[in-house]
Write a protein that binds this ligand. Structure first.
Ligand SMILES: C[S@@+](CC[C@H](N)C(=O)[O-])C[C@H]1O[C@@H](n2cnc3c(N)ncnc32)[C@H](O)[C@@H]1O
Length: 434
C-alpha cells in the first residue's frame, strides 16, 4: 500500500498550492518536510524545486498529454503529472520506479481514479518524447521556462544578456557560507571542512566567503549551531565592502529581516550600535534567532521604516542600509517560485515603496555618512533608474564610487546579473552628501 506521507504526494500538494494559491515554496516546505522520513524529505524537496523551476515547460508538455483539461479542484493531480514528467526528463530515478511511484501517489492523494490518467500520460510521453517535446517547446515561455511578461521585461532591460539571464535563472545555485570572523578565520574554517570531508574553497572577492562543491544539510556543517558560519550568497556578502564599517558607528539596517546583513555588519564591529527594522514582526523574530546564534546584539524594531515618526529617536546615522523589498528577479535560481508568484504590476508598486524608503531615510544620514541601497533584482526600474531619479531630485546627494566595484558599473550604481562569478543577481548603490 502507498505510504501516507509519500514524497511525491507531498510534493504534488505543495506545488499545487504554489501554483493555485500563490503561496511561497519555502513556507510550504518548512511546514511539510518535518513530517517526512529522511529519505523522502530530499526527494520531496528536489521535486518541488525542479518542477517549479521548469513549470512553464512541464505544463506545456502536460497540456499535450491530457486530452480533457483537469478541473481546478484537481490541481494536485496536475502537479503530480508534472512531478512524473520532471522525473522522466531530469532525474536519475529508474523510469519504471518513477512511473509506478507516481501512479501510487495518486492513491495517497485519495484520487485513485487518477492513477490511470497518470499512468497513460507518462507512458505516452515515454513513447513519443522527442515529438512531444518538439511540439511543446515552441513558445518562448515554455522554451525558457519563464512567464512571458518576465521574458519581455528582461529583453527590454538586457537586450544583449536576456538569454543568458534566463539560462542562469534555471540553474541550481551553489551553497555559499560566510565565516563569522569573531570566531575563526576563513582558512581555519576551510581546514575544519576538510576534516569533515566536505569539499569547499574560498569564494574569490570576498573576505569571509566559502563556496561548497555540493550542497549539504546546514546542520551537518561544523559549528553551525555555535554561530561559526551563516549561509549567505557572495553577492550579498559584497554589501559590507560598500558600507565600509568602522568602530563606534551608529548604523541603521532599514529592511533587515531575516538579518543576514545585520549579522554581517555586527560580525565586522560587534560593539557598534545597530538598529535593525523590519515591517514584518514575524520576520523580525528570525533576526533575533540569527543574532542569538551568532552571539551578536542589535536593537530590533517592528515598524515601517519609511514612517520615521513611528520609530526614530532623532539621532542621525553614520551608515544606512536600505536592502529594499524588491521583485527578487536576481535570485530566481534560489527561489524559482518567484516566476509564478510575481505579477507584472508588482514592479511599479515595489518601485514606489523603494522610492518612499529612500526619500524618508535620506534625511536621517549624518553629513559625513554613507547610505547603501541594494536589491536582489535585475529590473532597472528598481535599480539604476530608481537611483538616477533620486539623484536628480536631490542635488545635495551624490554617488560615492567604491574603491573596489562590487559588480559591473552602471550609469548609477553597480549591477550583477545572476550566475556572474557563480553569484546571485544583485544591485548596489552608495550615496553620500555633496
Ligand atoms: C530583501 S529583504 C531583506 C533581507 C535582509 N536585509 C537580509 O540581508 O537578510 C526585504 C525586507 O524588507 C522588509 N520590508 C518591506 N517593506 C518594509 C518597510 N516599509 N519597512 C521596513 N521593512 C520593510 C520585508 O519584510 C523584508 O524582510
Amino acid at each position: 500500500m502507498a505510504k501516507k506521507h509519500s514524497a511525491r504526494a507531498n510534493a504534488a500538494r505543495i506545488i499545487s498550492d504554489v501554483i493555485h494559491q500563490h503561496r511561497s515554496l519555502n513556507g510550504l516546505l518548512a511546514n511539510s518536510l518535518p513530517h517526512l522520513a529522511d529519505n523522502e524529505r530530499s526527494l520531496c524537496q528536489q521535486l518541488c524545486y525542479g518542477v517549479i523551476r521548469w513549470q512553464p515547460q512541464l505544463q506545456a508538455i502536460a497540456d499535450l498529454l491530457v486530452k480533457k483539461p483537469l478541473k481546478n479542484k484537481d490541481g494536485d493531480i496536475n502537479a503530480l503529472l508534472l512531478c512524473g514528467l520532471y522525473q522522466l526528463r531530469a532525474m536519475r530515478i529508474p523510469e519504471h520506479a518513477a512511473l509506478s511511484e507516481t501512479v501510487n501517489a495518486a492513491k495517497t492523494l485519495g484520487k485513485q481514479w487518477a492513477s490511470g490518467l497518470i499512468n497513460a500520460s507518462l507512458r505516452h510521453y515515454q513513447r513519443e518524447k522527442d515529438a512531444i517535446d518538439a511540439q511543446a517547446l515552441q513558445s518562448p515561455s515554455s522554451l525558457f521556462a519563464h512567464p512571458d511578461w518576465l521574458i519581455n521585461r528582461f529583453q527590454q532591460d538586457w537586450p544583449e544578456q536576456w538569454q543568458s539571464l534566463l539560462d542562469a535563472n534555471n540553474q541550481q545555485p551553489p551553497m555559499i557560507l560566510r565565516v563569522n570572523q569573531q570566531y575563526c578565520s576563513r582558512n581555519q574554517y576551510l581546514d575544519r571542512l576538510a576534516g569533515a570531508e566536505i569539499t569547499a574553497s574560498a569564494l574569490p572577492d570576498t573576505a569571509h566567503g566559502i563556496i561548497l562543491a555540493s550542497a549539504c544539510d546546514v546542520y551537518s556543517l561544523p559549528g553551525f549551531n555555535q554561530g561559526h558560519i551563516s549561509i549567505q550568497d557572495g553577492a550579498a556578502q559584497r554589501v559590507i565592502d560598500l558600507l565600509d564599517i568602522k568602530a563606534q558607528q551608529r548604523i541603521l539596517d532599514a529592511c533587515a529581516a531575516p538579518g543576514g546583513k545585520t549579522c554581517h555588519i555586527l560580525e565586522t564591529q560587534p560593539d557598534n550600535e545597530v538598529v535593525a527594522i523590519d515591517i514584518d514582526p514575524d520576520r523580525l523574530v528570525q533576526i533575533k534567532q540569527n543574532t542569538d546564534r551568532l552571539g551578536l546584539k542589535a536593537q530590533l524594531i517592528a515598524a515601517d521604516a519609511a514612517d520615521t515618526t513611528s520609530w526614530w529617536d532623532g539621532t542621525k546615522f553614520d551608515r544606512i542600509l536600505i536592502d529594499a523589498p524588491c521583485s527578487g528577479t536576481g535570485v530566481i535560481r534560489r527561489h524559482p517560485d518567484i516566476k509564478l508568484l510575481r505579477r507584472p504590476d508588482d514592479i511599479a508598486n515595489l518601485a514606489l515603496k523603494q522610492q518612499q524608503l529612500l526619500e524618508s531615510l535620506w534625511p536621517l544620514l549624518n553629513t559625513s555618512g554613507l547610505l547603501v541601497y541594494t536589491t536582489c533584482s535585475v529590473i532597472q526600474q528598481e535599480n539604476e533608474q530608481q537611483i538616477m531619479n533620486f539623484l536628480q531630485n536631490h542635488p545635495e546627494a551624490q554617488e560615492h564610487v567604491a574603491d573596489i566595484a562590487p559588480a559591473t558599473r552602471r550609469q548609477a550604481g553597480y549591477q550583477r546579473l545572476p550566475g556572474e562569478d557563480q553569484l546571485d543577481g544583485f544591485y548596489y548603490a552608495c550615496l553620500r552628501h555633496r
